[in-house]
Design a protein around this ligand. Structure first.
Ligand code: SF4
Length: 376
């Protein structure tokens, strides 16, 4: 039952209503006291708490980490070096078979040109992300990282776990060795892509050829142990149940307890256009409810990102009242969500204005969440 309009479970009797109200009141007090909530409590919140109450509680949690008067964002470019991919995920509108007329693989020179353009526009981070292309191996990745690092003062936040797994298989190396070599070549951190929902039932249905939840978590753990921080993402609104969303949050929270290596959590919504999976987009209310519960549940992750890319600028702004302290990147280039027919764009000036209209002070950050510019 993933769609927002179906989340509320009205009590069938006066007794049930009183019981639910008492349960929620006790739960609110627990959250306000800063205590960790259980999976069951997260589910109760997700199903029953009024939207504005969820926002209030999420903001309460956010203020334990951050000054609520400020909001951070980043300038970066997401360079998708190839759209050729053998995984053929059913929710993906970006991938192409190698014989497709619009299939591509960028040369290193093309990538360096894109990096130069991004740096000229103020980018502090470059993301390299692509399909699992049999023609792209570890050496391609190593060489391009070295070339970028030698020429530009940018942080390289690149290659999510499915790509690390692909490089390992292509090269015959272990994921540990792949991460070691990429770090030596200049990799600074990993994006949390490929997580979708960390539940094997969901993964089997929407991306049967992609690495499983266990492998995604193993690669992230390995990156953390190698001194490579990462983010974690969640794609909500495809076929998952609310219980499976909590399962995903639990996997992320458990690993964070172990390693402390997740810098941020980024929930975003499935975009159905041009995909084999299809379906109807989930509601913005569902997104905001899940964002707020994520902030409350993930008491060990400092940064929770609002998604203007999939939800649009207005809901991105609303996310700042549902637990998000950061609006991610203005993304000088974005191709994956665009391929599914959603083309939200924002400039630096528009981002600054959006945050100011929310009554907050914009701060530009880098990948490491260090402030590089204030807009007082
Ligand atoms: S989501 Fe990633 S792995 Fe899946 S088909 Fe698209 S590019 Fe390939």
């Amino acid at each position: 039952m993933p769609k927002g309009e179906s989340l509320y479970l009205p009590s069938s009797s006066a007794f049930g209503t009183v019981f639910l109200m008492e349960t929620l009141t006790g739960l609110y007090a627990k959250i306000e006291a800063g205590s960790r909530i259980t999976d069951h409590e997260a589910l109760v919140l997700m199903r029953n708490a009024p939207l504005l109450e969820l926002g209030r509680l999420a903001q309460n949690r956010m203020c334990r980490f951050h000054n609520s008067a400020t909001v951070t964002f980043l300038i970066d470019r997401n360079i998708n070096y190839t759209n050729i991919c053998t995984n053929r995920c059913r929710f993906c509108a970006f991938y192409r078979d190698s014989a497709a007329p619009d299939a591509y693989l960028l040369t290193h020179e093309q990538i360096l040109e894109k990096v130069a353009e991004a740096v000229a526009q103020g980018a502090t981070q470059i993301m390299l992300q692509g399909g699992l292309n049999p023609g792209v191996g570890l050496e391609y990745a190593e060489r391009v990282l070295k070339k970028i690092k030698a020429a530009f003062p940018v942080l390289l936040h690149s290659f999510s776990p499915p790509e690390i797994d692909h490089f390992a298989k292509q090269s015959g190396c272990s994921p540990e060795e792949v991460l070691h070599r990429l770090k030596d070549a200049g990799l600074d951190s990993l994006p949390g892509g490929g997580a979708e929902i960390l539940s094997d039932r969901v993964r089997q249905a929407i991306s049967p050829h992609k690495i499983g939840a266990k492998r995604w978590l193993e690669i992230m753990e390995c990156a953390h142990h190698r001194g490579l921080p990462t983010t974690a993402t969640m794609m909500l609104g495809s076929i998952e149940t609310l219980e499976e969303r909590i399962e995903h949050l639990r996997a992320v929270r458990d690993l964070q307890d172990k390693t402390g290596g997740f810098r941020a959590f980024i929930p975003w919504t499935f975009t159905a256009g041009n995909t084999e999976l299809g379906g109807v987009a989930t509601s913005s209310i569902d997104y905001l409810r899940t964002l707020a519960v994520s902030r409350i549940y993930l008491d060990n992750i400092k940064n929770i990102q609002g998604s203007w890319v999939t939800q649009g600028i207005d809901i991105g702004q609303m996310s700042l009242f549902f637990g998000a302290n950061d609006l991610g990147s203005i993304m000088l280039e974005e191709n994956v969500v665009r391929a599914a027919g959603v083309a939200n764009r924002i400039t630096e000036d528009e981002m600054v204005a959006l945050i100011r209209r929310a009554g907050k002070t914009p701060l530009q950050r880098n990948t490491q969440y260090e402030i590089v510019k204030r807009y007082d």
